[in-house]
Design a protein. Structure first.
Length: 422
């Protein structure tokens, strides 16, 4: 760190000690960047190094969120961690900040982060770059399928990254073909770990990669949903007795800033209803989830024809196109995204305040992840689910039971201030 940066750090850090007891404002509103809830520890007390404090300030992260308060000190201490906490509450920063704090860069890979989708890998890479802004010596690489493997091999030949983020298949290929050496890794992170560990095929790839890392290392696993059976699997990857932080009561997983409604109708009535909703609701950005690629393409076409310029996102797209669409939506070039479950998890579009389940998800966990795309980081949001079959009703019933949330029939009129932050 240059002397100049250190000086800025000294002078410009706000001392958060004085205003630690931050609570929601009178209306109970939590604005992004001001975590609502009683805050007992600030970032400053966590003794983060100056380049990280500077980056936090640039990102306007004033106070740690609950999950950051609970997990970051443990992560910084080097403990193995299994952490389940609500979607959109700042889990990424826990491992990004911890690894950047602990890293002692040499010519070896220090940290490996694995996750199940390419866009999530890309997004995590961006978070690393954001927080490593004042640590120019840190090299962060992201590897995922859909991009010629030679490109990744060339990147690895030209420089060894300190932090590797990737999807399991591509990482395994690079390791097996001896392009990527993980034998000195000090930290391994699984983000959306239940997705990595649920399916036997994916789990086996993850295990093969994991076996290439040394025995002694820190392991951290994160997700908004870690079902009991996955917890047992997760523990196989950590040291005995890892620190486990679960929101045990699933009702606590409910996103409090989020209003949730449903509309019962036939499949044929969905387009008209959607049109009505988009005409009558106020929004910044909207994500509309559908059940298949063909429905995604058809609905995207319909929306564009009806004057709602939208982007379609589904699995079969070429990787470059997928990233372009991800960036276009993130950069607000369109206000509507029609997506299959490929974007149901992890991805963070901070302007999204409405999620519409044009097709109900196939299970309650997926519902929770999908609606968690809005109302992120304590902001308000609205979800509307279109219910057209007995199976849809069954999933809705499970959602209501498991997460103790009252998803009500959509009323005629909804007060804008209840789902849109001022
Ligand atoms: P995540 O759950 O990691 O996807 O984070 C959700 C959103 O909250 C992202 O847009 C983060 O940039 C933002 N965020 C995370 N932690 C904080 C914080 N302490 N203060 C303000 N924003 C935050």
């Amino acid at each position: 760190m240059s002397a100049e940066v250190a000086k800025v750090a000294e002078e410009e850090f706000v001392d958060y000690e004085e205003d630690q007891a931050v609570v929601a404002d009178a209306a109970g509103d939590a604005k992004k960047g001001s975590y609502a809830g009683v805050v007992s520890t600030g970032f400053r007390e966590m003794l983060l190094k100056a380049p990280l404090m500077n980056a936090l300030q640039d990102c306007s992260f004033e106070h740690p969120s609950e999950v950051q308060q609970e997990c970051l000190p443990q992560a910084l201490y080097g403990s193995d961690l299994i952490c389940q906490a609500k979607a959109g509450t700042g889990k990424t920063a826990v491992f990004v900040l911890a690894t950047l704090q602990l890293i002692e860069p040499d010519d070896k890979v220090d940290t490996l982060v694995m996750c199940h989708t390419r866009e999530l890998a890309y997004q995590i890479c961006r978070e690393y770059l954001r927080f490593a802004k004042y640590m120019p010596e840190i090299r962060v690489h992201v590897y995922f399928g859909g991009i010629p493997v030679q490109k990744h091999k060339d990147m690895l030949k030209s420089a060894t990254p300190h932090i590797v983020i990737g999807t399991p298949g591509r990482v395994l290929q690079l390791v097996t073909e001896k392009d990527l050496d993980l034998s000195s890794v000090k930290r391994v992170i699984f983000d959306e770990c239940d997705s990595l560990l649920k399916e036997v095929d994916m789990r086996s790839v993850v295990q093969q990669v994991f076996q290439q890392t040394p025995h002694n290392k820190q392991v951290m696993l994160f997700s908004a949903t870690i079902p009991k059976e996955i917890r047992a699997v997760a523990r196989l990857f950590t040291a005995p007795n890892p620190i486990e932080l679960y929101v045990d009561d699933e009702s606590k997983l409910t996103l409090h800033g989020l209003l949730q409604f449903y509309v019962e109708l036939s499949d044929e009535q969905k387009n008209r209803k959607l049109n009505e909703l988009l005409d009558s609701l106020e929004f910044n950005q909207v994500i509309i989830f559908v059940s298949s690629v063909s429905r995604c393409q058809a609905l995207n076409k319909f929306l564009n024809e009806f004057g709602f310029p939208s982007i379609a996102m589904y699995g079969g797209l070429a990787q470059e196109e997928r990233l372009k669409r991800y960036n276009d939506f993130k950069e607000y070039k369109a206000r509507f995204l029609v997506s299959t479950d490929i974007f149901g998890r992890g991805v963070d579009f901070e302007r999204v305040n409405i999620v519409i389940n044009y097709d109900m998800s196939k299970d309650a966990d997926t519902y929770l992840h999908r609606v968690g795309r809005s109302g992120r980081f304590g902001t308000k949001g609205l979800s509307v689910t279109l219910i057209s079959s007995d199976e849809d009703k069954e999933v809705l019933k499970q959602v209501q039971e498991r997460f103790s949330v009252d998803v009500k029939p959509m009323p005629e009129k909804i007060e804008i201030s209840t789902y849109m932050s001022a």
